[in-house]
Design a protein around this ligand. Structure first.
Ligand code: 7RM
Length: 630
């Protein structure tokens, strides 16, 4: 990409330009894409509604920008390199031309099943190239995909199927994860018991037994067998929905974050190009799952729009052993490696021996995403993986932002351990105090907001625009509120301090405390519960649940296990509480609000300085909880 940032002064220049002339700035970047019809206006916006439109009236198809835009020049270049869970299973490589034809073929199959523009399609699949093919095939025909992480339970899946009114589900028979073989289709069957989904397409991966419902369920290989490998791209409006992705918030059920076509396309490539400084021929590897936003923007859309080679890994970091990541880096000569702090900390625990067997000299850039990276993990990553020669891009962003917002630009802007450092050009950050007053200057700390639109920002929460308005645009007037606390240090660098709302970040996965509480409360013996996060060495945050139970006919140990199982079934194993403390009461204010501040203190083991407990209905409760914990 010709207008990529190359120098520090280039960064400063671009940043300035993006603030003083945002429309000109984004128009120039958008100009390198293929639009069937150009926009009449770059941006229309109103944060009060909110109503945000980028590249107004423009027409395009995002897959034309991946394929047709540069098929003549990069057709033979590897698009996806796939590495299987089992190191002995042969991998696969799809060139851009091959991927193009597979996407077209599957797009035709979807059409044959009556799926078209505007239909919602749930993708519940393992990390195989077919999940990227599925996403792109939807985009090709204008169907809206909603990828659900294949580790979610059947009831979590059912909630999403119902919420987005899915017409079809794309899935697999099973899923290989480390030494385990996981049933996937069976989970789908359970989720669909009470639904009107018309079509299920099943990719054969593990060859385990599945039941196929006549008329509804079809094998992937059968539906593509007779299809042509060319499918015309549907013409989409810039503001047509591209996908819905569910994410947890501080209240209620997960919400469907809506991203639209034009702005998401421009920003995902723009941020990929600049942050990672990918150069032609490089192999880029992001270890996320396609079920999360990181997988959407930085395994599939960003890299493929940029014409990069993206590696997709089916397995886990510790199978067959803790050297697997590094074996893959050596095998495929990976140049850019993007992972999560939780994975780094997990591997750190195995020492450097598993690393020393491998040649990591291909690495040029390292990335981090999903949660704050602590200094120790940062230094370990820098020293032992990057051998002190690879810049670390600590990328702060969210499902709602669609792309990286704050991050070093690899090799160009400075890095600083535990700091996401500086906003990308086009991103106007703002730190506010609890009253919403902007804190200007350096050495300040407060809540992180964004005061001007960027192309890949959330447009709405599916089916509930009011919720989008309340959650993000009402706390501080005229600004998008991120839910994160932040510090701007004396040099002007940003350090993200973590969530300031009731969201916990477990191994980089977002969970609402309310969501976990609701699952716990499903247990017939549970009377009430309160969930908080606490510092966890590997996961970043662990889940600590205080539960009031009826103990008749149960032992404490039995109940604790049953509750954990319950949460695992309702949300998925990632939400299973690490610790459950059975209590006789919860610290509540006179108005009945649970004082989580106190519960957080107890969970992290600090028993003094409880702060002001005078508003508590019954201060004795705190003493009892502390005794119970001890
Ligand atoms: C990309 C992603 C978003 C939340 C966000 C933060 C936290 C993500 C960083 C980070 C500190 C980072 N999307 N977060 N990246 N905190 N430094 N580099 O993770 O929607 O799943 O989560 O994750 O709290 O609000 S997400």
């Amino acid at each position: 990409m010709s207008d990529r940032i190359h120098t520090l002064s280039g960064y400063l220049y671009e940043y300035q330009k993006s603030v003083t002339q945002p429309e000109e700035f984004w128009a120039r970047i958008a100009d390198s894409f293929h639009w069937r019809k150009r926009w009449s206006k770059v941006l229309k916006w109103n944060f009060d509604e909110p109503d945000i439109q980028w590249f107004v009236d423009a027409k395009l198809n995002i897959t034309e920008n991946i394929f047709e835009r540069h098929l003549f020049t990069i057709g033979d270049r590897p698009a996806i390199i796939w590495e299987a869970n089992d190191p002995n299973e042969e991998g696969r490589t799809l060139t851009y031309r091959e991927l193009f034809h597979e996407v077209n073929r599957f797009a035709n199959a979807l059409k044959s099943k009556g799926i078209g523009k505007g239909d919602k399609v749930i993708i519940y699949m393992p990390m195989v190239p077919e999940s990227a093919i599925a996403m792109l095939a939807c985009a090709r025909i204008g169907a809206i995909h909603s990828v659900v992480f294949a580790g979610f339970s059947s009831s979590a899946l059912a909630d999403r199927v119902i919420d987005c009114e899915a017409k079809a589900i794309l899935t697999s028979d099973g899923n290989f994860r480390g030494s385990k073989k996981i049933a996937v289709k069976a989970v789908v069957d359970e989720a669909l018991e009470k639904s009107s989904v018309e079509t299920v397409i099943v990719y054969e991966r593990t060859k385990q037994d599945v039941t196929m419902k006549e008329g509804r369920d079809h094998w992937w290989h059968d539906v593509i067998a007779e299809e042509a490998d060319l499918c015309p791209a549907e013409e989409m409006d810039s503001e047509d929905m591209l996908f819905i992705l569910y994410t947890s918030g501080s209240t209620g059920k997960p919400k469907g974050v809506v991203h639209t076509t034009g702005g998401y396309m421009v920003y995902s490539q723009y941020s990929f190009d600049n942050v990672f400084q990918y150069s032609e021929g490089d192999v880029y590897w992001c270890t996320a799952d396609v079920g999360w936003i990181t997988g959407h923007s930085y395994i599939v859309y960003g890299p493929l729009l940029a014409g990069a080679t993206t590696l997709m890994f089916e397995g886990v970091p510790t199978f067959p052993d803790a050297g697997r990541f590094w074996a893959v880096v050596e095998k495929h000569k990976v140049n850019v490696f993007y992972t999560a702090p939780t994975a780094i900390r997990a591997l750190q625990a195995y020492g450097t021996e598993p690393i020393n067997n491998y040649d990591l000299s291909s690495l040029k850039v390292l990335g981090s995403v999903g949660e704050p990276i602590n200094e120790e993990a940062w230094h370990w990553y820098h020293t032992h993986i990057g051998k002190n020669k690879c810049p670390i891009v600590d990328t702060w962003w969210q499902t709602e932002t669609g792309g990286i917002m704050v991050s070093p630009i690899a090799g160009i802007t400075p890095t600083k351990p535990a700091y996401a450092t500086l906003p990308l050009p086009g991103v106007q950050l703002c730190i506010v105090d609890p009253e919403g007053k902007e804190l200007t200057g350096n050495s300040v700390e407060g809540n992180l907001c964004i005061k001007f639109p960027w192309p890949s920002m959330i447009r709405t929460t599916y089916g509930d625009h009011e919720r989008c308005k309340q959650t993000y645009f009402s706390t501080y007037k005229g600004m998008y509120f991120t839910g994160d606390g932040v510090k701007r240090d004396h040099d002007g660098y940003y350090r993200i301090l973590g969530r300031v709302d009731d969201v916990i970040n477990v191994s980089g996965h977002r969970l609402g405390t309310a969501e976990v509480e609701n699952a716990i409360n499903e247990h017939p013996k549970v009377i009430e519960s309160a969930v908080v996060g606490y510092p966890h060495e590997v996961k970043g945050q662990g889940i600590y649940a205080y539960v009031i139970c009826d103990l008749t006919n149960r032992t404490e140990a039995n109940l604790v296990n049953e509750i954990k199982e319950m949460v695992s079934q309702i949300i998925g194993p990632i939400a299973k509480p690490d610790k459950i403390q059975l209590v006789s009461g919860l610290p509540k204010t006179r108005s009945g609000k649970i004082m989580r501040r106190i519960l957080r203190k107890v969970a992290e083991g600090s028993f003094d300085s409880m702060g002001d407990t005078s508003t508590l209905l019954d201060p004795d409760v705190v003493t009892k909880i502390i005794e119970g914990k001890k």
